[in-house]
Design a protein around this ligand. Structure first.
Ligand SMILES: [Zn+2]
Length: 433
């Protein structure tokens, strides 16, 4: 007796062989995938969903965001980076970031992510206990890190305090089935070598991910060169914090030598093309990294610099950006970018044994895309259709840990009217100072 069966679906398992079942089914029990296959139509199950030939993919994994920043969506856009940060983002964050702000912003983000088929995300912000609360209520999965910086933050007065709080957070949540605590030293230009090394000691001791922004802007590269005589990746390597548990966001300006290092040390990348474009940070050399075997996943970054949490849109941007920039239509084909937001995303967060593909034994984190719509027919190739024709809003059903969290485009776990009301209230508050 299964708990839930999805039948008559076009299943893209996104396993290593890109196995697909054109008239397939997925059977779920106790939150796990227990059978996947072709053709069967009679099942003993508590619930059977007939998919009407819609396309089924694994839950999408957003490997870099600052969820609560949904409350600053579109605020101060189109300014130079320095003006945007110093006159808009930082003053508002300084004044308002609190448990309440983070909880409200993350509720809004969780609604939007589920709506767009995202089942797991990596967050770096403050008040991660508020983020954890939102994630659990939404029934999502998340890798959560508190941003650790050398100057005072809403979370900690010193980096030592930030690291201690992260240790406590890890101990609180390490057994949780939704929350995957990790450590988040913000960046090489905001953390001293000592902070970076101490954070890595914690990552190793507690076996967690080490999430950090690296080589985002040319300004950062120059700053690190001035301070340490090295480019950012080489700097991290020289102090001994470059290894397989590093998930580096952005990586826009690595040198050839640094790309070799990333490959050799098995560092994972969270590529955020829309944020890099909007903030004019540059274009990351993703095809070169892929050529060297580096694991590349995709992140939306926060909505203040994107400005949405649509990973299907991000995949489309990534595919087209690198084709255009490299004058080569064969780089980043649709299958590869779809893998970046599923299987490779799971590798990036060290959870490939649990999520990222539709395979027996993995968590039942599953997304159904409604392809029975004029803009998605005729359907020759489901991979290209998802990447080039679909939007996040074409997601119809989302299942996480075997539980239906969105059905027929209606999110079940987060109340739409409530998050809208709260978002509008924050707008008033921020505008009226
Ligand atoms: Zn970021």
């Amino acid at each position: 007796m299964f708990d839930l069966v999805l039948k008559n679906g076009y299943i893209l398992t996104m396993d290593e062989n890109f196995t697909e079942y054109k008239n397939g089914y997925v059977a779920i029990k106790d939150g796990k995938i227990v059978e996947v296959g072709e053709g069967k139509s009679e099942f003993e199950a508590k619930e059977v969903i007939d998919l009407n030939s819609n396309v089924v993919i694994p839950g999408l994994i957003n490997t870099h965001t600052h969820a609560a920043m949904t409350l600053l969506r579109g605020y101060g856009s189109d300014n130079p980076l320095k003006v945007w940060l110093e006159q808009y983002i930082w003053p508002v964050e300084g004044k308002y970031v609190s448990y309440e702000f983070v909880k409200d912003g993350t509720d809004l983000a969780c609604y939007e992510m589920i709506r767009n088929g995202i089942t797991c995300f990596v967050d770096m912000y403050f008040y991660e206990d508020a983020v954890a609360q939102s994630v659990k209520e939404a029934g999502m999965k998340a890798v959560l890190t508190t941003g650790i910086l050398d100057f005072p933050t809403p979370a900690a007065k010193t980096p030592e305090e930030g690291i201690q709080k992260t240790k406590d957070f890890i101990l609180t949540y390490r057994q949780d089935k939704n929350i995957f605590p990790a450590i988040g030293p913000h960046a090489p230009y905001t953390c001293s070598p000592n902070t970076l090394v101490k954070a890595m000691e914690v990552a190793i001791e507690y076996n967690v991910l080490y999430h950090i922004h690296v080589s985002e802007t040319q300004h950062e590269v120059q700053e690190i060169k001035n301070r340490y005589g090295n480019t950012p990746v080489k700097h991290l390597d020289s102090i001994g914090v470059l290894n397989e548990r590093v998930l580096a966001a952005h990586m826009v300006h690595p040198t050839e030598e640094e790309i070799e290092l990333l490959s050799e040390k098995n560092v994972k990348i969270a590529h955020c093309p829309e944020s890099n474009l909007k903030l004019a940070s540059g274009i990351a050399p993703i095809p070169k990294m892929l050529e060297k075997g580096v694991v590349v996943s995709l992140g939306t970054d926060g909505t203040a610099s994107n400005d949405d949490l649509d990973l299907i849109g991000e995949a489309s941007t990534a595919a087209k950006l690198h084709k255009g920039y490299n004058l080569n239509p064969t780089v980043l084909p649709a299958r590869q970018v779809l893998a970046m937001i599923t299987r490779q995303g799971a590798k990036a967060v060290m959870m490939e044994d649990k999520i990222g593909s539709i395979e027996v034994g993995k968590d039942a984190d599953i997304v159904v895309i409604d392809v029975n719509q004029p803009h998605l027919q005729p359907l020759f190739d489901p991979y290209t259709q998802i990447v080039y024709s679909a939007k996040g809003l074409d997601v119809d059903t989302v299942i996480i840990n075997g539980k239906v969290v969105m059905k027929n485009k209606v999110v079940q776990t987060v109340e739409k009217d409530k998050v809208l009301y709260i978002a509008k209230k924050w707008r008033e508050k921020i505008l009226n100072g």
